[in-house]
Ligand binder design. Structure first.
Ligand SMILES: [Zn+2]
Length: 272
């Protein structure tokens, strides 16, 4: 049994592109940055059998877009297809060492029906209590809510490439960008008419800072640079660590973003 888990769930939903404002108190350092151990990159991602070849192409293109524009290989896509894991009874069991993108034809009852997709991440807090505290990601999975219409299967549906590009940003540890003056694919809203071609300049800047790629000025503040040679944390380490916590971030179509820590609601960002 998992004693303590850290879960970050990022949801992309079709909400209007409007500004957010904090309406309730924040959790204990709920906004610590998250990143994979650089020593463990790149990560290999598996697609489930249910995706068509055309859909798999969209997914693969979205995954590798973060590599070519970041001048660094963060993740690759295996040619081996895997069984869908989006319908497991307990979503915590996705903490299995297999980093998957799953086609959720039947959306999981534990997840809000209003989410286009969910990126679920497990990790453990490192450098706790210091200015360099961060969450080391050790597991990530993306669930695509196929109860929504998606292109290219449905030409009038949501753009699968765009949604996956956004979720891959979360997979790599990026949060949402709410300053719409910046070029980003990490805005907390995706609609029928949203089409992204590649990560934006703000996304590239953030991912380079996070992983200390070609940026010296921010290196000291980068989680990944704090111990670049240290081996990545293991699943067993996370399961037994007192610094593991469970956090869920939900973004709903009504424009409400809810943050949970250990199942306790910590804050609500209400989009005006
Ligand atoms: Zn998101």
């Amino acid at each position: 049994m998992l004693r303590l888990l850290f879960v970050l769930s990022f949801l992309a939903a079709c909400v209007p592109a409007q500004k957010e404002s904090l309406t309730t108190g924040a959790a204990t350092n709920p906004n610590a940055p998250s990143a994979w151990s650089k020593a463990g990159l790149p990560k290999q991602i598996f697609l489930s059998h249910e995706f068509s070849n055309a859909e798999a192409t969209e997914l693969t293109d979205a995954v590798v877009s973060w590599n070519t524009h970041g001048t660094y290989t963060f993740s690759t896509v295996s040619s081996t297809k895997v069984n869908d894991r989006s319908s497991v009874n307990n979503l915590n069991s996705l903490f299995d060492g297999e980093f998957g993108i799953y086609k959720a034809v039947n959306w999981h009852p534990q997840l809000p029906s209003t989410a286009l997709a969910v990126t679920q991440i497990f990790g453990v807090r490192q450098n706790v209590g210091t200015a360099s505290e961060f969450v080391e990601i050790v597991e990530g999975d993306i669930l695509i809510n196929w109860t929504f219409p998606y292109a290219p299967t449905n030409p009038n549906g949501y753009d699968l490439f765009t949604v996956t590009l956004h979720e891959m940003g979360h997979f790599l540890g990026l949060g949402h960008i709410t300053n719409y003056a910046l070029q980003s694919v990490m805005y907390p809203s995706i609609g029928y008419s949203t089409f992204y071609l590649r990560p934006g300049s703000e996304d590239i800047r953030n991912i380079k800072n996070k992983y200390s790629i070609g940026v010296q000025a921010m290196a000291a503040r980068s989680p990944a640079s704090s111990s670049p040679q240290r081996a990545p944390a293991t699943k067993e380490f996370v399961e037994n660590s007192p610094d593991a916590v469970k956090i869920i971030m939900e973004l709903h179509v009504d424009g409400t973003c809810r943050h949970y820590t250990n199942d306790v609601l910590q804050s609500v960002h209400k989009i005006k």
